[in-house]
Design a protein around this ligand. Sequence first.
Ligand SMILES: Nc1nc2c(c(=O)[nH]1)N[C@H]1C(S)=C(S)[C@@H](COP(=O)(O)O)O[C@H]1N2
Ligand SMILES: [Mo]
Length: 534
Amino acid sequence: MRPARSAARRIGRGFASTTPSALCGVLAAALLLGTADALSWLFAPGSSPLIALGGLVIEQTPAAVQDAVIATFGTDNKTVLLVAMGVGGALLAGLIGVLGRRRRRTSALCVAAVGVGLVLIVAMRPDTGLADVVPTLVGTVLGAAALPMLLSAWSRPSQESPQHRRPDEPQDGPAEGIRSRRRFLGLAGAAAAVSVGTLAFGRSVASVTRDAAEAAADLILPRPVRAALEIPAGASVEVDGVEPFITPNDSFYRIDTALAVPELEPEDWSLRIHGMVEQEVTLDMDELLALPHEEHHITLTCVSNPVGGDLLGTATWLGHPVRELLARAGPLDEADMVLSTSIDGFTASTPLEALTDERDSLLAVGMNGEPLPRQHGYPARLVVPGLYGYVSATKWVVDLEVTRFDRAEAYWTERGWDAEAPVLVSSRIDVPRSLDAVVSDAVVIAGSAWAQYDGVAEVEVDIDGDGWRAADLAEEVTADTWRQWRLDVEGLAPGRHSATVRAITHSGAVQSGDRRDPIPNAATGHHRIEFRVE
Ligand SMILES: Nc1nc2c(c(=O)[nH]1)N[C@H]1C(S)=C(S)[C@@H](COP(=O)(O)O)O[C@H]1N2
Ligand SMILES: [Mo]
């Protein structure tokens, strides 16, 4: 009983004496990151150590973990990453603080070492230059200077034992203790306020300014030589809860590895087409905009979309046909792939054929009548009908290398995903929502189906395992867009029911019912929901 209690007391005391030093470490780290983040506003977005480190972590995270995070948190995956980084960083910083209780100089050196590591990470990011290390350098100096100050403000009267005091030194009375605690609280409060303030500035004020810059995006879209087909009223099944045929830009799903959206201005943009070509071609934005542009409705899909998921959307894209760009360069016969690269280093491998055949692959500059939003690739990106985004839809694209699949590998292929990934036929039930209660005389099951480039020919719904019934299809806009469907069901008894959907393409491919994870080439399985009839 006794020894246990005193051990507990010792641990308790240990905690009481280490917690403030750990807190000092966390404050110093927050000061480093906060000031650097706020200063990064004046430099490239990737110059914030938070963004640079996050980018590195994203690249180094095993594909299976990333996939699980994207499947679980969808487009919130970056928040999850930041929270995980915050917890990890706080632990490391706390440890440095505790170490600094006895060795203040060493702890300052530790902060400096971490800072130098961050400087190197920032410098090595694909979207930063040498000057972009300045914010991290400044933050490091502040953090390394603050830690010993905070630690000594905390420990001055209480930790230094009286034996070490020279006899002529005044005795620390309780008043001195209180004054010292006040000094610590003052310093700590100031450090906390500065870190919170700078972080809030770095993450919000700067992003507001950036949004303003985005709104003012001064790219004037060319008038298409070939306008998109008008979307017929019959393309919609007119059921509340089914996603609209055209996805508005601000609700279009966003998936990419960029923690900070690259800021690439049209005047700084150029595209280089090189590799296995007869002649290298380089093109700036004025030259691109002077070329004939076409408008096409194309549904874009993410390979990580879980069964029934919403990582897809349809937009009217305005762009110049990639086929014609490539024809200027003249791909060599042995080439079979185009490796496209983004300003932030992301790469995608697209079969050369998908960029040269008759399909409407675009180097897009417009999305639903506006310049591409920055998040979606401003000022230029690729859109290829029939392929998942990760092997085709490079945003902020600046480089096309004509090459071969046996010579080059793209970002996600290096992480275990297939090098080639045509879209698999898929379908989703939007209405009713899972576990909804429905009134018995008006059961409408509805949703969408997609099989870009092949096109959806049939959709079938199975109620309660009683066999497939044909759903009514909305008008097909093109084979490259999703297709809405509905099934009006009568005579369902009150109680629980289930509905399962599958789609069949024009070429006869039937959506597979085998449940399989997205990696390596998209999830398969039928979307099934349960609902209650009242
Ligand atoms: N530069 C860049 N482009 C990219 C990606 C990326 O990570 N970086 N992700 C791709 C993936 S996986 C998908 S699904 C689409 C998504 O495009 P969206 O964000 O405009 O919907 O972009 C593709 N293009
Ligand atoms: Mo994706």
